[in-house]
Design a protein around this ligand. Sequence first.
Ligand SMILES: Cc1cc2nc3c(=O)[nH]c(=O)nc-3n(C[C@H](O)[C@H](O)[C@H](O)COP(=O)(O)O)c2cc1C
Length: 434
Amino acid sequence: MGFREHLENIDKQGILKKVDVEVSKTLEISGILKGMEPTPVLFNKVKESNFRVVGNLFCTKDAISSYFGVNPAELIPMLSRAIKERSDPEIVSSAPCQEVVETSVDLDTIPILYHCEKDGGNYISSAVVVTRDPDLGQNMDFHRAMQFSKEKFATRIVAGRHFHQFLKKNGEVEVAFCIGNPPNILIAGATSVEAGVDELTIANALEPIKTIKAKSVDLTIPAEAEFVLEGRVYIEEKHSEGPFVDLTETYDVIREEPVFEVKKVTHRKNAIWQALLPGALEHKILMGMPREPTIFTKVNEMGVKCLDVNVNPGGCSWLHAIVQIDKNSEEDGKKAIAGAFAGHGSCKHIFIVDKDINIYDPLSVEWAMATRFQGDTKMIVKDKEPGSSLDPSAEPGTKMTTKIGFDLTKPIVAKGKSYDLAEFPKVNLDKYFS
Ligand SMILES: Cc1cc2nc3c(=O)[nH]c(=O)nc-3n(C[C@H](O)[C@H](O)[C@H](O)COP(=O)(O)O)c2cc1C
């Protein structure tokens, strides 16, 4: 469908709200988006820019699954399939993202948002970043970028990311920050697969896309992006980056990060800037959802029938995973814990539940913990392992953390009381109350 058609669709359905009064990119648009979350909002008049801004587009699994025309339950198999059955996108010679090629670079003309008061500056948070290594080929992932001049950003590149590997090897790397993308491209950018896989092939397997050669760098980019910022990132040239809100909704620290120098800006006519609130629902969905298929696959590889996985927002869509299994042997809970940690190395707490538990309802999961769990026999504690650098409670600097797996499944054969929820009669209430 694409980004533009999606906007038209949700507008026709009355889902997209519009703000016609003038709003500021500084500490105003972000506040409105947060207050309206998860409703998508289009800002037609931005004080500091001629471009419009849209945000809150894909805050829920429902919003993403309805884009693809599937049920939320079909997302995990769909993404697993796309990772396995990647396909090359069509390359075209003219594209909407290059309708306008700016002759000079002035980032102040673009509505790059200043989100929260303690932020270090205006931040790009929705860009998928395309890079290339001479041997491995293209990569696409996400990197936030803090503007500090009319043509430069400091961009956060976590050690170990493929882009970081490219940068360490080559010293400087050509990049294209692409903003204004549909969920197939966003989800593909957030997926971690082996180095050398161009995530655009995953995006194309989710929904066919067109790509085009960038104007000033040797990269193939999504043809229908709203904006493309082309340039170079240097490992030796660093600038302070932060503070900025991260996935846990807490402030990340200030670090010296590589500089991204923008050399060329291209965009659609009447381009619309895609906002993505840091730490908010959309950020969480995009981070957590691509880990669900990897957990699903690893649990099944342990010989346990995995039914569903929720890397839930209450666990920052990163640090917790709730895994639903069809338990067939007493060992299944513990095997599933091992599989889930193998499928998502940054996860801190794993909860394994039976098929009668609703993994999308925190009360249902807590009920399983209250009635089916014993700490001495059904808890696996993995003392001090590398976890997530995002977790404020992990050891600073080393990200060492204690991981715990909770087996909240009932025994195959109950020895005492029944473990099952009692059922009340189902009645048609309309018969009794008008
Ligand atoms: C909205 C969003 C923002 C992100 N921001 C960053 C970031 O600033 N720096 C970073 O290194 N990773 C960031 N990530 C995570 C990576 O992009 C993601 O884990 C990706 O899969 C890594 O790709 P790779 O396996 O090709 O290295 C972000 C992810 C999302 C969804």
